[in-house]
Unconditional design. Structure first.
Length: 291
């Protein structure tokens, strides 16, 4: 009899804990999502990938419509980037689908934190619509979330600045069978809370850009990383393997030197031939006080 009452008491104690860990049945939803995410990544059939993608987006939207989902990590979805904003105001879900012709399509959601200023949140989530417009000409364009240029982001940077509240995104774009792209983009929010991409915060030599796009050969890799100390984005310098191929980016690759963007008074300033070990530019003795 004592054992019977102990089991009842134990079940009553553990139930609230479990329900907190699994609000609204998110564990079961996550298991389904994981299966669909694997199909998107591994299926040999493009049609099957898109069917799985449709099912995955349906489940995500169902989850995001419930405020408590913001506190559920979905951490088994390892093929999907799940990035929480450093100030906890929103999170970003993001992934890609490889197509049979060697190109890619990108998908994403921005979920505002429903527990911070709930009166200002007009939607429980924003679905990013890939327009495939990540061309070099897009360096000076701004995009809404419904006409997004498309990329798979892996890092978010938020610099606290009273005048500028924007988030820097580092991302990858598979482009096509000949070249790959990486991107440094800007995410910010309009007065009505809608996400937008691209803002004039990059000083590249003598011009201001809204984003930075790199393109390079398919068979090489490019490093693009953020170093919090010094607020520096450090990346490989890309060059063609033959000067006669200048401008043909499918022949570009790292030349063993580095460049950097350093945050100064609301602007990310470009420095060529950057000494990543000593965190300074070899060509600029006054690198700490750029103008």
């Amino acid at each position: 009899m004592k054992k019977y009452w102990f089991l009842i008491l134990f079940s009553l104690l553990i139930k609230p804990v479990f329900s907190q860990q699994n609000p609204a049945g998110f564990i079961a939803m996550e298991a389904e999502m994981k299966d669909y995410a694997r199909l998107i990544l591994n299926s040999k059939s493009e049609e099957e990938k898109y069917k799985a993608n449709l099912a995955l987006t349906g489940l995500l939207e169902k989850a995001f419509s419930k405020p408590e989902s913001f506190n559920y990590a979905f951490d088994s979805l390892v093929t999907i980037a799940r990035i929480i904003a450093p100030d906890n105001t929103f999170r970003l879900f993001n992934w890609h689908l490889a197509k049979a012709d060697g190109t890619f399509e990108y998908f994403g959601y921005i979920q505002p934190n429903p527990f911070l200023n709930p009166k200002k949140i007009s939607k429980p989530f924003y679905k990013l619509k890939d327009t495939g417009d990540l061309l070099l000409s897009a360096e000076n364009k701004s995009f809404s979330y419904s006409e997004w240029p498309g990329a798979h982001y892996y890092k978010m940077i938020h610099v606290k600045d009273k005048k500028n509240k924007h988030y820097i995104l580092l991302g990858w774009n598979g482009n096509n069978s000949y070249s790959t792209k990486k991107i440094i983009d800007v995410l910010f929010f309009s007065s009505n809370g809608e996400p937008k991409f691209g803002a004039p915060v990059f000083k590249m030599e003598k011009k201001i850009q809204k984003r930075v796009i790199f393109e390079y050969a398919k068979d090489v890799t490019m490093s693009l990383k953020y170093q919090e100390q010094g607020q520096q984005i450090i990346f490989d310098h890309l060059a063609p393997n033959n000067q006669q191929l200048k401008g043909q980016y499918q022949y570009y690759g790292p030349d063993l030197s580095f460049d950097a963007l350093i945050y100064k008074k609301g602007i990310w300033v470009y420095f060529e031939d950057f000494d990543a070990k000593n965190s300074k530019s070899k060509k600029d003795k006054n690198w700490q006080n750029p103008k």
